[in-house]
Design a protein around this ligand. Structure first.
Ligand code: PMV
Length: 350
């Protein structure tokens, strides 16, 4: 019967790291080898919408993405469901008048408005939306830091999508991952003229998943331990300082060096992993040329585990930056299908 269906819907935005998460010290719990820091993009342009419902009439948990049934039995998804159900069960135990949602099957329906698994952090928005939708359905009083700890077990970077604005994920030291969670560095309103340009150089699925790429990097790259121990920790401090003081020049320089160091570690694995393509490298050269011509940093490129480019810039430099990539990736926002798509996104609070 319809009245027995409980339902909640939510959006979660994509985040793009400026200090990259790459490497796991625990592959089951998704515990990272280094801290990371990201900017949450506007959910108008890049987001997952998820509806979670449950009913005594549902016979099994299910999940669809853009209308296609997904495997819900993966250990990562199961870890999220298990933790959320345990929190709901505790609520029901302390308040017996609550409906026993924790015993019912869940129906999860998700939709992305951007290409899935193309290096645009689709899993980040996906798991953040899944966790928040279920937490809302269950009316959990859980703070976002604790939800981030749960979302982390779905996909590491997802823990940062529980917050808007500028977000850090600390490695933590506890072997059970209890202190490996995200926290807010600054809300989007702290630096409202920050912009991101998304240059889709190839919208298809990436060749090597981030999980496989990280595993191979940790196992075979001699450069990687140096990155985790020596390069990232001071960069985390410098990046936080640059954001808090709205110092775009430092923010941009650190962002570009970070992307380069991450992709250098990928190239240093055996066999090497190449996420960027010729168009990606052309985007880097355009950014370099714009910065040299301006005599200051007006834009900063960064690439995740895929060939698509994200360019951060300030609104005041929109004229200089935004049109400069048209020859590389085409014009206009034509949806998220096909080459030649770009969209502008502002970091946003939730
Ligand atoms: O969340 P995962 O497991 O897909 O890893 C994402 C890794 C990068 O996007 C390359 C970097 C990051 O910090 O988001």
């Amino acid at each position: 019967a319809d009245e027995e269906v409980y339902r909640a819907s939510t959006y979660a935005p994509v985040n793009i790291a400026v200090v990259k998460y790459w490497g796991k010290r625990d592959t089951t719990l998704n515990l990272p080898t280094n801290s990371s820091l990201s900017v949450t993009l506007s959910q108008d342009d890049l987001r997952t919408h998820t509806t979670a419902s449950c009913s005594p009439t549902f016979t099994a948990d299910s999940l669809t993405l853009n209308g296609n049934p997904q495997d819900i039995t993966t250990p990562r998804t199961q870890a999220c469901l298990r933790e959320l159900r345990a929190l709901r069960h505790a609520l029901e135990t302390s308040n017996p008048s609550l409906p026993k949602l924790s015993t019912m099957s869940l129906r999860l329906t998700s939709a992305n408005n951007f290409p899935t698994a193309a290096g645009l952090a689709s899993s980040a928005a996906g798991f953040a939306a899944l966790v928040r939708a279920i937490a809302d359905l269950y009316a959990l009083p859980t703070p976002p830091e604790d939800l981030s700890r749960i979302a982390r077990q779905g996909s590491g970077s997802a823990c940062r999508s529980l917050f808007g604005g500028y977000v850090a994920w600390n490695t933590g030291t506890s072997p059970d991952g209890s202190d490996s969670l995200a926290h807010l560095i600054a809300p989007a309103s702290h630096w409202p003229d920050m912009r991101a340009l998304l240059l889709i150089t190839n919208p298809s699925q990436k060749a090597i998943s981030s999980t496989a790429g990280m595993q191979q990097t940790v196992a075979t790259s001699p450069l990687f331990p140096h990155r985790a121990a020596e390069i990232v920790p001071p960069r985390m401090r410098a990046m936080e300082k640059a954001i808090l003081s709205r110092d775009f020049d430092s923010f941009a320089t650190l962002t570009m060096k970070e992307s380069n160091n991450f992709h250098a570690c990928c190239a240093d694995t055996h066999p090497p992993i190449f996420y960027m393509n010729d168009t990606s490298r052309a985007c880097i050269r355009v950014c370099e040329a714009l910065n040299v011509a301006a005599g200051r940093a007006v834009c900063a490129y960064t690439f995740d585990a895929g060939p698509n480019c994200v360019v951060y810039y300030l609104q005041a430099d929109e004229q200089v930056v935004a049109g400069s990539f048209k020859g590389l990736v085409g014009e206009g926002k034509e949806g998220w299908e096909g080459k030649g798509v770009e969209a502008r996104a502002a970091p946003q609070g939730l």
